[in-house]
Design a protein around this ligand. Sequence first.
Ligand SMILES: Nc1ncnc2c1ncn2[C@@H]1O[C@H](COP(=O)(O)OP(=O)(O)OP(=O)(O)O)[C@@H](O)[C@H]1O
Ligand SMILES: [Mg+2]
Length: 453
Amino acid sequence: MTSLSLSPRKFTIMASKTTQVYAIFGLFAVGCVSAHRKFPLGVHDFADIIVNNFTYADKSMFIKAVMRDDPSLILITRPRLFGKTTALSMLRYFLENRISPATAKKIGRLDLFRGTSISKDTAFCRVHRGQYPTIHLSLSNVNADSYEAAKTDIAHSVGEEKRTFEAVRDETASLSDITAGVRMLCSYLHRKNNRTVVLLIDSFEKPTLTAFLNHYTDQMRSVLNDLLLPVLKDNPHVCKCVITSISGIGQESLLAKLPEMRVYSVLDDERYTEFFGFLESDVRTLVDEAGLTAKRELLDTWYRGYEFCGTQLYNPFSVLSFLNQGGKPGVYWVPGGLTDFVVELMFALAPTVVRPALEKLFSNGSIDTVMYRDMSYLIVFPDPLWTLLVHNGYLIATPRDISGLHTVRIPTKEIRDGLLDLCTKKMPGKLNVTNPIPLYKENKTSTINSTST
Ligand SMILES: Nc1ncnc2c1ncn2[C@@H]1O[C@H](COP(=O)(O)OP(=O)(O)OP(=O)(O)O)[C@@H](O)[C@H]1O
Ligand SMILES: [Mg+2]
């Protein structure tokens, strides 16, 4: 990883001075950290990160991996806060051939990719940078308790994207116009630019999950089919579509109609692993730059433990929060990370079905279980709960063994403490938990079998 800043040279000088100051005034280091380096907590617009000189772990080779990937339709599933929105935003800034006035104003004459790994690949940049009409559709705002309101949220997202293309203004379109409109927008951009379109869709899980929680699953399913199928299925105007999501769970009917879509999940494909979450090398650089090298062991004790397809990773949000607090450990991710659904589900099932398994996991044990690929939210009782927890990042799973089972365990002390605290407050009776301080090195212990289907 290369940690880059707006002016890398200037920063290097700053960093070395900082280190000297810390060496002399070690005790004051904590309070001084953020004065030198800002952390992009809650910021996921790539331009905002670079323009404001926030710390950034260079994931720019993701762009090349995507453009070199054979399938044109790809879905990448990663846990919450692992950098999905940031990565899609970066893709857009790199690929799009048209800079909106608002973006131009924001970035001025700055080269957003200066100093990044991808910028050194001049042949690739010549062919791909600034070459594609790009549509970036975010479904993250779909969060309504009624079907009508959710439709309005979707219409708003689509309408917003259309409005960024001046010739396609359509602020008052109805939902049906808008669903048809995304394909029309692709066709319009293709014709106008004489280049096929790159389509980016973020937070793919959000409408389905919201609909499930609020009991309008069937209606949402048909809206999503109307919106996305014409765009994703045999669309000659789109050369590449990248979708990000926490999981594919709940979209089984749509995915079944798109067999050409390649799904990359944390369970079974190592491609893209290094681009979501911080690598060991990213963390080393970030900790050093923050002048918190001495806190590295503490950081590992709390946040080390994710492993996807053999690659060790850290949750970016947790690491940035730890550094932002001057190296103070805590449960940063769990409170925001637990979706209502996972919480509801765990507690609904806990008293009878999952309690012994949870006690096992909290005691640093593991469970052997099936992982589900295509699954509706309606059938997550009780076994597929573990699949859902893996996709959300509360558990990690080993690759499938010869009997078809995966071994799952809690990845980090942060997750374990956060979950245990929640369960202790919400579950009746005392939890039977032993070995209360798990360290990442001690995570491989005893195993129980979960019933599987
Ligand atoms: N390469 C990176 N370097 C530095 N910070 C990053 C990087 N990627 C992501 N982050 C930070 O990590 C946090 C989470 O990123 P982001 O919002 O993109 O995750 P996400 O996977 O889209 O989350 P969610 O699942 O909630 O949609 C943000 O604060 C963001 O600034
Ligand atoms: Mg996101």
